[in-house]
Design a protein around this ligand. Structure first.
Ligand code: DAH
Length: 346
């Protein structure tokens, strides 16, 4: 065989092998191509190598050198193709994949509507200078009742109206409601936070506290044994009922709408004097949203303030009620059933 023929046979072999390796779309077809070109028995390279014997002795050196070059080139092409397949960069992509289609939308969680409401209320009150304060949900009777001027025999302390906790530290098996200071309970109102804030700080004070409260009510469309309140407290000098009404009006106009009106009805709470019930005029009906009033001097005394020097107001509004009115929700139980068809609407 002439050197010329041998060399062109080698060139052909190299380009055939290279395109076979780079065109292999998976490990299996790459292996098939490897056997065709580099197989130890009948591989094409072996065939060409055998032809070296028929080359003129004077041309052998040149032919051998070229043979080695081609062998290296084919081996390299094989390794490169193998690496490309292993790293996922195969030259062929899934033929059914259409990059122009929109992707699958990942499902993201929602912020619960009550949490959204709490954030919204916090933002509105924040613009009026009210800072957020927090208190524990497991309370003692002093913060939940005594300091709030709720006497021992008051019906609000009835075991049937509260979740007293039968903890060892709280007096064990003692009949709830009779032992006084030691026992603990799930707080029935966020007014407890008023006491904690006033005990820890001096006036002026301007806070809100949003959180869960607990009462053993049978669930129906408007009751649930756990719900949320927004407590407000402002203590300063020369605070009046007009200040209270203005704050609540601005709040209602921001949360429920510009045309919402506010009404105070005389009422009674042990911790305020005078006390009022707060109604907002909403779509033609007056709806009660909570209670409010001027801080009772007994409460100031309980936290060590001088009632002659400071004055203040407080209010407590139902968060669920606000949220339900704004969003047209008619059953409070929907908020806590965990039904995604309901929750996904928010
Ligand atoms: N704590 C009362 C309740 O749970 C609501 C309330 C009334 C809070 C008057 C206040 C207030 O701060 O001044 O029904």
């Amino acid at each position: 065989m002439s050197l010329q023929n041998f060399l062109s046979r080698l060139d052909q072999l190299q380009s055939d092998a290279e395109s076979a390796f780079s065109g292999a779309s998976n490990a299996e077809s790459l292996e098939e191509a490897r056997v065709v070109f580099l197989g130890a028995k009948n591989g094409q390279f072996k065939d060409v190598q055998k032809m070296l014997g028929g080359i003129e002795p004077t041309d052998k050196r040149a032919a051998g050198m070229r043979l080695n070059e081609v062998k290296n080139a084919i081996n390299e092409a094989f390794s490169a193709a193998k690496e490309a397949l292993e790293s996922g960069g195969g030259s062929q992509v899934d033929p059914t994949f259409d990059p122009s289609l929109p992707g699958t939308r990942p499902t993201l969680g929602h912020i619960h509507p009550i949490t959204q409401t709490i954030d919204h209320l916090t933002e509105i009150m924040g613009r009026m200078g009210f800072e957020v304060a927090e208190g524990p949900e497991v309370e003692d009777p002093w913060h939940n009742f005594v300091a709030l001027n709720i006497p021992e025999d008051h019906p609000a302390r009835d075991p049937l109206d509260n979740f007293y906790l039968a903890t060892a530290a709280a007096g064990g098996a003692d009949a709830p409601g009779e032992t006084g200071e030691g026992e603990s309970l799930l707080r029935s109102q966020t007014s407890t936070v008023q006491i904690r804030v006033m005990k820890a700080h001096q006036p002026p004070i301007r806070i809100i506290s949003l959180g869960r409260v607990y009462r053993p009510d049978a669930p129906d469309a408007t009751h649930f044994p756990m719900f949320h309140q927004m407590e407000g407290l402002l203590v300063d000098t020369n605070v009046t009922m007009a200040n209270l009404k203005t704050v609540l009006r601005v709040f209602a106009n921001n949360y429920l709408g510009d045309d919402v009106e506010i009404r105070f009805r005389p009422s009674f709470f042990p911790f305020t004097e005078p006390s009022v019930e707060v109604d907002f005029l909403w779509n033609g009906t007056w709806i009660e949203f909570g209670g409010a009033g001027m801080i009772d001097p007994n409460v100031f005394e309980a936290v060590g303030y001088d009632p002659e020097k400071v004055s203040g107001f407080a209010f407590g509004l139902g968060v669920e009620r606000l949220c339900m009115r704004r969003h047209g929700i008619t059953d409070i139980r929907d908020l806590y059933s965990g039904d995604l068809r309901f929750l996904q609407q928010f």
